[in-house]
Design a protein around this ligand. Structure first.
Ligand code: FEH
Ligand code: ZN
Ligand code: ZN
Length: 349
């Protein structure tokens, strides 16, 4: 099969033939229909995460995957999957037995493995070996969702969903939610803000005017530029109250520090982006205003089912740019230089 692999950090991926995997036990081989390109892949390929996520190279990255069942392992319960089924790959490969997995958050399992971000190869390949059928979500036959639309839902379309869903109880009428960074995650984030908090005001924040325009099209009530005057503009929009829930899809040191300055009393800053290395916030305002600063990791299996259901109902707008596997390094360069609107998706088959 043809795959794109990291051979050396800070070098382009090498597109080359690799031995096709065979299904083992409860595993399933999926023919990749789409694999979304994530900023996490850029950090990984750049070697920035080599201590946190040590990889044996060469490695096929790609953790946002959908496609069709190709081969089924012997221990997969009979009748559960058929060859050709359209499936989304849930990327938090937990042990299934620990308390965190049992409570449903397999993406947070202490020994979770993620495709392309662990010893398992990912989806920038014609085929991916998924170690268990438990990590597949079958998409009902007859839905109009294409694998290249489904793939980004498993990460970019899932991560902001979890973050907003966790704090939706705070988003009563008269409140405000802001999404910082209108890239792959943020473009879904704006849509979920409108869906899950229809009576709150939605603000999109980005430094790029084109992305702000895009956010308005996706339903943001306000789209404002990340700059020295962001705080003043947000104060005006919220009549001095500040923002109740902020989802920072960038996670850079400056987006975090700007975001903290926008919070309402008791407001939540949920950081989902991983651009920076530290969260540094001023202590006094954090304590006296009871800010809640939290991380939010990806999403769980059930949340992914909910996201896919919203998409099946036609409620999610997909903005994707597809690239062949041979052109993956072009897609990577476009993502690096901020020239992708929505998600770049590799379509290897
Ligand atoms: C990164 C590293 C490890 C787990 C999950 C992640 C997410 O950012 C994937 O997008
Ligand atoms: Zn990702
Ligand atoms: Zn576990």
């Amino acid at each position: 099969m043809l795959s794109a692999r990291i051979h050396e950090y800070q070098r382009p991926l090498v597109v080359e033939p690799v031995k096709m995997p065979s299904p083992r036990g409860e595993g399933i081989i999926v023919k990749v229909g789409g694999a979304g390109l994530c900023h996490s892949d850029l950090h990984l390929m750049n070697g920035e995460w080599k201590e946190a996520i040590p990889l044996a190279l060469p490695k096929i990255p790609g953790h946002e995957v959908a496609g069709w069942v190709e081969e089924i392992g012997d221990s997969v319960p009979k009748g559960m999957f058929e060859r050709g089924d359209l499936v989304a790959v849930f990327g938090g490969w937990g042990c299934g037995s620990c308390q965190i997995c049992k409570r449903g958050d397999e993406q947070m399992c202490p020994i979770a493995k993620w495709p392309g971000l662990s010893q398992y190869d990912g989806g920038y390949s014609q085929y991916i070996a998924v170690p268990s059928y438990r990590f597949l979500i079958k998409v009902a036959a007859g839905t109009r969702l294409k694998p290249e639309e489904l793939a980004p839902l498993t990460d970019a379309g899932l991560t902001p969903y979890r973050a907003i869903r966790r704090f939706r109880h705070m988003l009563v009428p008269g409140t405000t939610i802001a999404v910082v960074g209108i890239g792959g995650l943020g473009s879904y984030g704006i849509q979920y803000a409108r869906m899950l908090a229809p009576n709150s005001t939605t603000i999109a924040i980005d430094r790029n005017d084109k992305k702000l325009e895009f956010a308005r099209k996706l339903g943001a009530d306000h789209a404002i530029r990340l700059s020295g005057s962001t705080r003043k503009e947000v104060k005006e929009i919220t009549q001095g109250r500040g923002v109740d829930v902020i989802v920072d899809c960038v996670g850079a040191e400056n987006t975090i520090s700007v975001s903290v300055g926008l919070l309402s009393k008791g407001g939540v800053l949920a950081v989902v982006g991983l651009f920076g290395a530290q969260v540094c916030v001023p202590l006094m305002p954090t304590v006296i205003n009871e800010y809640q600063i939290t991380g939010s990791l990806w999403g769980n299996y059930n949340e992914l089912c909910e996201v896919i259901e919203l998409a099946r109902q036609g409620k999610v707008k997909h903005t994707i740019q597809t690239f062949s596997l041979e052109d993956i390094n072009d897609a990577i360069n476009l993502l690096k230089s901020g020239q992708i609107t929505g998600r770049a998706v590799i379509t290897p088959n």
